[in-house]
Design a protein around this ligand. Structure first.
Ligand SMILES: [Ca+2]
Ligand SMILES: [Ca+2]
Length: 186
């Protein structure tokens, strides 16, 4: 059963759509991921061959996961397809018996995002990695630092915690929920 989306949730997902539509042509395509991954990889050392390769792989995985939203399979995810897709995911996450296949897909997605944010690849997102990434997505430094303080423990954001926050972020209708404290959470 699909309920009509809450306005806060709808705005949040729209915002996320526009973050992914990097070239601003009104739809999400594999080209957007290429641009995004190239830009993000400039945050890590360019001389690091291994990390560049990781980024290329992460981009492919993330792109595959997100292109699932392309309902009519024309190679573009429109805003409407994006909202429908995430509404379906949010509805699934609200169920006590979430479809395990969907959980698996979402885990893939958060793992990939996490690995991209974990710039030095030590298994944690550190404050500076978080702040850098937030700034990259247009969030000011003060907001980014404040959100990190709320999200992290002992100045680190662990993978499990990040995954949990991501699930909450996808389904939460509550503007005051901690997962919503920073809209740039992918
Ligand atoms: Ca685009
Ligand atoms: Ca489409």
């Amino acid at each position: 059963m699909t309920t009509s989306p809450n306005p806060f949730w709808n705005d949040k997902m729209k915002h996320l759509f526009y973050l992914y539509d990097v070239d601003g042509d009104g739809s999400i395509t594999p080209k957007d991921f290429e641009i995004l991954a190239n830009k993000l990889s400039s945050l890590v050392g360019q001389e690091d061959e291994q990390r560049r390769e990781d980024y290329a792989n992460a981009r492919k995985t993330l792109c595959q996961e997100i292109m699932r939203a392309d309902a009519n399979q024309d190679g573009k995810v429109t805003l409407e397809e994006w909202l429908d897709f995430h509404k379906h995911l949010a509805d699934e996450l609200h169920k006590p018996d979430t479809n395990p296949e969907i959980l698996e897909q979402l885990s893939q997605r958060i793992n990939t995002t996490f690995n991209m944010l974990d710039l030095n690849h030590d298994g944690y997102i550190a404050r500076d990695e978080w702040v850098k990434t937030c700034q990259f997505f247009g969030v000011d430094q003060t907001t980014a630092e404040k959100s990190f303080q709320q999200l992290s423990k002992e100045d680190k954001l662990e993978e499990d915690r990040a995954k949990h926050l991501f699930f909450e972020y996808l389904k939460s209708d509550d503007p005051n929920h901690i997962s919503n404290c920073c809209l740039c959470f992918l």
